[in-house]
Design a protein around this ligand. Structure first.
Ligand code: C2E
Ligand code: MG
Ligand code: MG
Length: 366
């Protein structure tokens, strides 16, 4: 590191990360090692060196969590965030055993006819004192403390039970990459489907690209085994993270779910439209269906239809809702017919409200 000791701590950290990210040649192989750095300042508020190390650890943890290869300086907000993470992790186990978790379901509809084709199962957690905790918070917590397997089994069981009562609709369940790392995962899916008496074809599993970053070969083997079982596999959140066309070649996904950040930019940016248009066409050539996620406005729906996306999911059609509400929602839907007049029949608010539909039309995480 040369003259490094005289450098400022941040510059020193950047230098360490930089040097350690250079590939190392070991015989014929090139190995890549990375580093994350946590920095903490020894100031008057600290009682001893152990506290200093705790703070540096919190900063290091934050550096790893926010993408690795970074240096983070400790700030008191990190302490609060870490306390909240501990609280949530501890509440998870008890919550699982006390039945505080319940799946909600969000319809996926045909983009042209708006006929319901399936639902996505989304886990909800209502804690007696902490209130409702979002999946964005508790799924990573469950992944950190190893409870994601138990939570995943619960989701598959509740979704399979629901699928039995929702004839001709497919039910999509989100799967964490960690579940696919488990050698017993495929057997457990098969067992749950058999016990519930549900045809594998009705189950869709949604996986994200991050699954390919860990042990890709093992994950791919399991995805193939699930395919052979008859289960459908969807690539979720396409267009975020490290989206790469290589993923589409690595596995024959049945469905490509285009992330809502892409959908959001469709109405504003011609380049986004061109990209999504190409993705939809390419998916068609590869025999995959496309779902536009997070469609919130009629303008977005119009663009999604124009680029011939197959299915739509989003607040415009319905929010995620408990099973009994979903049944009411499905029962209240008219039978679909020709496409031209579809909006006034399936979205009755269109005749009276030309802009946004009245909020009472929506289920909404009830
Ligand atoms: P996801 O799989 O991409 O699910 C779609 C998310 O978008 C859901 O958020 C849904 O409520 C939200 N959404 C749907 N339509 C709209 C819209 O029009 N506008 C906006 N702004 N949002 C919309 P949710 O339920 O908070 O779930 C977040 C993520 O948590 C999910 O993203 C999924 O990755 C994960 N997740 C949820 N349930 C489970 C589960 O049972 N297991 C696993 N492993 N992950 C889950
Ligand atoms: Mg999903
Ligand atoms: Mg998604």
């Amino acid at each position: 590191l040369g003259e490094a000791p005289t450098r400022a701590p941040q510059a020193m950290a950047a230098l360490i990360i930089d040097k350690l990210s250079e590939p190392i040649e070991v015989g014929p192989k090139r190995l890549h090692v990375g580093a994350s750095v946590g920095l903490a300042r020894l100031d008057a508020g600290l009682a001893n060196v152990e506290d200093l190390m705790v703070n540096a650890d919190l900063a290091l943890y934050d550096a790893k969590r926010s993408g690795r290869g970074r240096a983070v300086v400790y700030a008191s907000s990190l302490g609060a965030a870490s306390r909240r993470m501990n609280t949530v992790e501890q509440a998870l186990r008890e919550g699982l055993h006390q039945g505080q978790f319940e799946l909600h379901f969000q319809p996926k509809v045909d983009a042209r006819t708006l006929q319901a084709l399936g639902v996505e199962a989304l886990m909800r957690w209502e804690h007696p004192t902490l209130g409702s905790i979002s999946p964005g918070e508790f799924i990573p917590a469950a992944e950190r403390c190893g409870l994601i397997h138990e939570l995943g089994v619960l989701a598959l069981q509740q979704a399979s039970e629901a699928a039995r009562g929702l004839p001709s609709l497919n039910v999509a369940v989100n799967v964490s990459p960690l579940q696919l790392m488990d050698p017993g995962f495929v057997d457990s899916v098969e067992r749950i489907l058999r016990r519930a008496g549900v045809a594998p074809q009705l189950l869709h599993l949604e996986v994200t690209e991050s699954l390919m970053l860990e042990d890709a070969q093992a994950a791919l083997r399991r995805l193939h085994a699930l395919r052979e079982l008859g289960v459908q596999v969807a690539l979720d959140d396409f267009g975020t993270g490290f989206s790469s066309l290589a993923y589409l070649r690595a596995f024959p996904f049945h469905t490509l779910k285009i992330d809502r950040s892409f959908v959001r930019s469709l109405t504003e940016h011609a380049d986004a439209r061109a990209i999504v248009n190409t993705i939809v066409q390419m998916a068609g050539v590869l025999g995959m269906r496309t779902v536009a996620e997070g469609v919130e406005s009629e303008r977005e729906l119009a663009v999604v239809r124009a680029i011939r996306c197959d299915e739509v999911q989003g607040y415009l059609v319905a929010r995620p809702m408990p099973l009994r509400k979903l049944r009411d929602w499905l029962a209240g839907r008219p039978v679909t017919g020709p496409v031209d007049d579809v909006d006034s029949r399936i979205m009755p608010w269109r005749t009276t409200h030309l802009s946004a539909p009245p909020t009472t039309m929506f289920g909404g995480d009830l």
